[in-house]
Design a protein around this ligand. Structure first.
Ligand code: GLP
Length: 261
């Protein structure tokens, strides 16, 4: 696993956006580039960079197919806190992507189990995900794979835990009881099937989880620790998120990456 530590969130976001843009632009398999995407505040800096690069004609999404990680159950696409709305507002409305190439789980589907099954099928039909961009919850979760999720899990319905409800309450008038209690999410196994995984992590509130994910073993209580088993995974973070790492770990990754940042 690569760990690329930047001085600030802005620098980490710019670097990660540039890296992903490079992967998209140099993709020459003749097939579309299949990109997995997250919501949350962590990827916002990357999305701002994507929009800027798209405006400056340095990056095109015309050959990109996207699959989002997750969506709340019971929120319609027009709801300002739905992940559909978030993605349109923060990325898709501002770049040259064809809407029919955007895939987001439908948390309003009549048959949620079938919705999840079809999502896995749609990913497979596109040839699998080339690069999955993700964030991390303060308890080390990836997508909505809460602590204790099977590391072999696939797309499914998931009940959100107290820590996630409390963290996401900031989008629901500060009231955890207003946050939908269930969500549809890709599984840890779905993320692990991507040919590459890039995670953006920032802020002191993520430091404890980052330490567990990087320095401790693979453990279902910190589902992002699955990355230790991925052949091509990278975490891009800021100094605040790196705060709890051992000095030795910090220096090791800084030294190894010094030519790249
Ligand atoms: C939610 C999302 C995750 C996201 C996490 C962290 O739980 N399902 O995909 O990574 O929040 O969000 P933030 O980036 O706002 O800290």
């Amino acid at each position: 696993m690569r760990l690329v530590i930047h001085q600030s969130y802005e620098k980490a976001s710019c670097w990660a956006a540039g890296y992903i843009a490079g992967r998209i632009s140099s993709h020459n398999s003749g097939k579309p580039f299949v990109l997995g995407l997250p919501t949350g505040s962590s990827p916002l800096g990357i999305y701002r960079e994507f929009i800027k690069m798209n405006r400056e004609k340095k990056l095109s999404f015309s050959q990109v197919r996207t699959f989002n990680m997750d969506e709340y159950v019971g929120l319609p696409a027009e709801h300002p806190q739905s992940y559909h709305y978030f993605m349109m507002d923060n990325l898709f409305n501002h770049v040259d992507i064809d809407r029919k190439h955007v895939h987001i789980l439908n948390g309003m589907a009549k048959d949620l189990v079938e919705e999840c099954r079809l999502y896995e099928e749609a990913i497979a039909a596109e040839g699998g995900i080339e690069l999955f961009l993700g964030g991390m919850g303060s308890d080390g979760h990836i997508a909505f794979n809460e602590p204790g999720s099977s590391l072999a899990s696939r797309t499914r319905i998931k009940t959100l835990n107290e820590e996630t409800l409390a963290a996401n309450a900031r989008f629901f008038e500060g009231d955890p009881s207003k946050v939908p209690a269930t969500a549809l999410t890709v599984g840890v196994g779905t993320v692990m099937d991507a040919r590459e995984v890039v995670i953006i992590v920032n802020g002191k509130n993520k430091a404890r989880a980052l330490k567990a994910v990087v320095e401790e073993g693979v453990n279902h209580m910190w589902t992002l620790s699955c990355l230790q088993m991925h052949p091509r995974a990278m975490i891009v973070c800021d100094e605040d998120a790196a705060e709890e790492l051992q000095v030795k770990t910090y220096r090791y990754f800084k030294n190894i990456e010094k030519a790249n940042i």
